[in-house]
Design a protein around this ligand. Structure first.
Ligand code: HEC
Ligand code: HEC
Ligand code: HEC
Ligand code: HEC
Ligand code: HEC
Ligand code: HEC
Length: 347
């Protein structure tokens, strides 16, 4: 918190504390009727103040900060420096900085544009004030608890004209955890030109897969958009920010079985009903077929060249599910169908 925020916080806290105590003090020991009214007022004030302290104590802030240091948000190394520097600094990284740096995200959330105006010289990592900014109101009972999140609106996707709305804190995550490029479309000859070894959705396609969209959909049998229970009844925070325990959940953003047991009471690992194992096997099978078609290397890089659309599409799907990294969990039905149909189309 910077000084002006601290000042504002104390001003508000002071105001609320004042409201609470003045109500209590004014409560006269008078006739029964008046006493009742005053009593209700006093209780309201005290409640408001206590609610603030659910989140605004030093102990809480320190605990959350310690959790956050376990998250890789912006810290994992790439090409010799943390990702926020690698993908954040310089002219060629203006489009990357919007998801990888504090400055870039804050700027585009304010301007609504898809890139930043000027290249960053000294980007900083994603931190508390990247995701949090101001409370919309302090009347949490009427307006709901907003966690002072910076972005809560539905998100217009980068890959196409659609948008996603979880109606919850999860809209914040969707801004960054979405594909940068959609599935390939055939040219007039039924082919597609892969222009780079990095061709694909990029690293964070989690929200579109949870929503059940964005794969290259060859064949039939796909579940409808938004139909999976993990989309309807859960969201990013349910599984990744459940109650902090043993270096998982909370602001570590790391999933553990504790994030599943509210619904899968008998789960003992993330491999619920063996779905992660099943998806891993489908991925191995698809990879073998794609290597044989000459569209990816044995390390999974895409090969530059013109390929029949189903081959390019299956290569896109392989990379998509690899980058999703949930091994099927984000949307077991859609992810398995994408892989099964891609495999069938390669045979
Ligand atoms: C459920 C948790 C929660 C509750 C309850 C809560 N806040 Fe916050 N508040 C946050 C978070 C998260 C932030 C942003 C991160 C930070 O500063 O710790 C924040 C930021 C703030 C800020 C700085 C940004 C701004 O809006 O200007 C003020 C001031 C503030 N809160 C006041 C209050 C007051 C007053 C109450 C009680 C009426 C309250 N908060 C209740 C979570 C909460
Ligand atoms: C729409 C948001 C978004 C944009 C734009 C974006 N990234 Fe990312 N990137 C992510 C997310 C989210 C992850 C982490 C996903 C995960 O951990 O599964 C990531 C991960 C990465 C990683 C780490 C992968 C690894 O191997 O550890 C690198 C490197 C990277 N991005 C580079 C870039 C570069 C370079 C650009 C610009 C050309 C870019 N990103 C643009 C969202 C974005
Ligand atoms: C990547 C985004 C992100 C970052 C970074 C982040 N938060 Fe949060 N924070 C959230 C979300 C989302 C929620 C609401 C979770 C929910 O809906 O249950 C939240 C909730 C909170 C709460 C209320 C939760 C509770 O336990 O009652 C506090 C306090 C808070 N954050 C403080 C911080 C602080 C301090 C930091 C920096 C150390 C930080 N946050 C960094 C996304 C973030
Ligand atoms: C400002 C963009 C941004 C926002 C908002 C954001 N993320 Fe991320 N997230 C990233 C990037 C970038 C990475 C990869 C960082 C790296 O590899 O250096 C990442 C990494 C992750 C990881 C991988 C952590 C690990 O330990 O491997 C998880 C899980 C994650 N984010 C979940 C979430 C959730 C849940 C939310 C919403 C509450 C969220 N993120 C909001 C950009 C963002
Ligand atoms: C139903 C629970 C569930 C939901 C909902 C969910 N995730 Fe995950 N997520 C998982 C599981 C399980 C993994 C795999 C973790 C593992 O195998 O270690 C995972 C993996 C990831 C990873 C790879 C890094 C890591 O922590 O392993 C990222 C990044 C991620 N999820 C982001 C998101 C985002 C963003 C959302 C919301 C759009 C989301 N997840 C929704 C369960 C969930
Ligand atoms: C909000 C409730 C909820 C949460 C939280 C949740 N799930 Fe689910 N999950 C469901 C429902 C409902 C289904 C569909 C019914 C079924 O197959 O059990 C489902 C289905 C699945 C399936 C497909 C099962 C099959 O037979 O094909 C897997 C795998 C799965 N969940 C894994 C997870 C994991 C791992 C977590 C925790 C990281 C998790 N789920 C968290 C509600 C939830």
């Amino acid at each position: 918190m910077n000084t002006s925020k601290i000042a504002r916080f104390f001003a508000l806290a002071f105001l609320l504390a004042g409201m609470a105590s003045s109500c209590v003090k004014e409560g006269p020991m008078g006739p029964a009727g008046e006493d009742g009214t005053d009593g209700i007022d006093g209780k309201d004030g005290a409640d408001g103040n206590v609610t603030c302290l659910n989140c605004h104590t030093t102990a809480k802030k320190e605990a959350i900060t310690a959790q956050y240091e376990m998250s890789v948000h912006g810290l994992s190394p790439h090409a010799g420096s943390p990702t926020y520097i690698y993908a954040g600094a310089g002219e060629s990284r203006k489009d990357c900085a919007i998801c990888h740096t504090h400055e870039g995200f804050v700027e585009v959330m304010f301007t609504g544009r898809d890139s930043i105006a000027q290249a960053l010289a000294a980007p900083t990592r994603i931190g508390c004030e990247t995701c949090h900014s101001k409370h919309v109101s302090f009347d949490f009972t009427a307006d709901g608890q907003d966690y002072a999140l910076r972005a809560t609106k539905p998100v217009n996707l980068i890959m196409d004209e659609r948008s996603i709305d979880f109606g919850s804190s999860t809209n914040l995550c969707v801004n960054c955890h979405q594909p940068r490029e959609g599935a390939p479309k055939a040219d007039a000859n039924g082919n597609f030109y892969i222009s780079s070894s990095r061709y694909g959705a990029h690293h964070g396609p989690q929200s579109t897969l949870l929503d059940g969209i964005g794969g290259y959909e060859v064949g039939t049998g796909y579940p409808g958009r938004g139909t999976h229970a993990h989309r309807k009844n859960a969201d990013c925070t349910t599984c990744h920010m459940h109650q902090y325990k043993d270096q998982h959940g909370g602001h570590t953003f790391k999933v553990s079985v504790a994030g599943c047991t509210a619904c899968h009471s008998s789960a003992t690992s993330l491999d619920v009903k063996g779905v992660q194992t099943e998806v891993a096997a489908l991925m191995t099978e698809l990879k073998g077929l794609l290597v044989a078609k000459g569209v990816i290397t044995t390390t999974g890089s895409r090969k530059v060249g013109t390929f029949p659309i189903n081959v390019a599409g299956a290569a896109y799907n392989y990379n998509l599910i690899e980058e999703d990294r949930s091994m099927g969990v984000h949307n077991p039905v859609y992810i398995k169908k994408i892989l099964q149909n891609s495999i069938a189309a390669m045979k």
